[in-house]
Design a binder for this molecule. Structure first.
Ligand SMILES: *[C@@H]1O[C@H](CO)[C@@H](O)[C@H](O)[C@H]1NC(C)=O
Ligand SMILES: *[C@@H]1O[C@H](CO)[C@@H](O)[C@H](O)[C@H]1NC(C)=O
Ligand SMILES: *[C@@H]1O[C@H](CO)[C@@H](O)[C@H](O)[C@H]1NC(C)=O
Length: 390
């Protein structure tokens, strides 16, 4: 039927009209991609940057983009706001890498290589690149802060960067135990810091424990300044089964804050061990975290439905709940609805197969075609739902 065909053709070409100008604006990033290729590979995992429409179009408080140019400047803390914030921050992440001769042989097979920009990465190099970009973003957004990398003493991690300390902690860092070990390492780290306080009375440093696949895109010292009464902070989203993400935990660096955060995490570890050992290796800690929070008799889970920060006393700790939309931003994968990117987004989380996008974003940010971080956020917004080959 003619009419039908006409419609089919229209529906088929309509998205292309959007994609063509975008392709040109990022041509240097992936000269080989063609529109046909984008369509053919629609269901596959992509090995190059793919841009879609920017969600949140027309919403006043969401980032608006024209191509990869941001029409709004995102609300970055001005120097006048932060000059009176004297707190220092250390980021803490768990990272282990095993550079055995075996993995080197496997990695050298071309099928295991991925290429981003003009660089090819083996599996090990990919993880190292993510870690380095994680450090890069922190050093751009919060140049005064330091970074601790908690790792297996047996791990072959050699990293020489300013303000970065590799901090070995004994434990079991195998893939299937990594989430459990991560909480243990956080606890061990907090114990060390607590000891330091009782012995040396150091200057107060706050801690932010994060996954290493996040980009910090704004100054986070504001949290400790704006909410002076919390011991630890978690990020939440409106998701009934997994309201809490464990990829971002802030801890106030006072002896009291460190101690209460440590006791809270010990509680989470206990629940993980007793209830969620069978959960998928990625989810146990989040389920345990949610269990500890929701088991509190006065806790109102309805508060997770509104993206507004709130404070709650849980197991002796004053816990600040921060919306993922700002402190742990990730678009949903697949077809779920989402409403774009808030202008005051502070942390972008490149979960799962979005890790390629993290490297692409850094490359774009460092390139001449990107004028500031708002432009880079347009790239993330338009590409955040794509499944990549990482
Ligand atoms: C963001 O930019 C768009 C397009 O220029 C504009 O309509 C909107 O009002 C801006 N939002 C804010 C909060 O300034
Ligand atoms: C930052 O500074 C501006 C202008 O001085 C002020 O309007 C705003 O309330 C400040 N924000 C915070 C979080 O202090
Ligand atoms: C892994 O080992 C090789 C050879 O010893 C070395 O060149 C490479 O830098 C190591 N990679 C990491 C991530 O340590």
């Amino acid at each position: 039927m003619r009419i039908c065909n006409g419609w089919r053709r229209f529906i088929f070409y309509f998205p292309l009209i959007f994609i063509i100008p975008l392709l040109f604006s990022v041509l240097e990033l992936h000269q080989n991609s063609t529109v046909e290729e984008l369509h053919k590979k629609h269901t596959k995992k992509f090995d190059h940057l793919v841009l879609g429409p920017a969600a949140g179009h027309g919403l006043r408080d969401r980032l608006q983009c024209r191509g990869l140019k941001a029409l709004n400047k995102t609300h970055f803390s001005t120097p006048s706001n932060t000059s009176n914030v004297r707190d220092t921050i250390s980021f803490v992440t768990v990272f282990a890498i095993y550079n055995t001769s075996h993995s080197t042989v496997v990695d050298s097979r071309t099928s295991d290589l991925v290429t981003v920009g003009s660089t090819s990465y083996s599996k090990v190099e990919r993880s190292m690149a993510i870690l380095n970009v994680f450090i890069n973003f922190i050093q751009v957004s919060m140049p005064q802060s330091s970074i601790f990398i908690l790792t297996d003493p047996a791990s072959d991690l050699s990293i020489r960067r300013n303000s970065v300390t590799v901090f070995p902690i004994q434990g079991e860092y195998s893939r299937d135990k990594l989430m459990l070990q991560r909480i243990r390492s956080y606890i061990a780290f907090l114990e060390t810091k607590f000891e330091e306080h009782s012995q040396m009375h150091p200057h107060i440093t706050h801690y932010i424990f994060t996954d290493s696949d996040v980009a910090v895109v704004d100054d986070l010292r504001q949290i400790f300044h704006d909410y002076p009464n919390f011991h630890l902070a978690l990020t939440f989203r409106n998701n009934k089964d997994q309201p809490l993400n464990s990829g971002f935990i802030a801890v106030r660096g006072t002896p009291d804050g460190i101690l209460r955060a440590k006791v809270f995490l010990q509680e989470v570890l206990e629940v993980y061990r007793s209830k969620y050992m069978k959960a998928s290796r990625m989810l146990g800690d989040q389920l345990a975290l949610a269990w500890v929070v929701k088991s509190h008799p006065l806790f109102d889970a309805k508060r997770f439905t509104r993206p507004q920060a709130f404070l709650e006393e849980i197991r002796g700790a004053s816990v600040l709940f921060l919306p993922c939309a700002i402190y742990n931003w990730t678009p949903p994968e697949g077809a779920g609805q989402f409403h774009g990117m808030p202008l005051d987004v502070k942390v972008v989380h490149f979960k799962g197969s979005r890790k390629r996008l993290m490297l692409e974003s850094w490359n774009f940010f460092s390139s001449a075609s990107c004028s500031d971080i708002s432009d880079m956020l347009c790239l993330v917004l338009k590409s955040g739902r794509t499944k990549y080959d990482f």
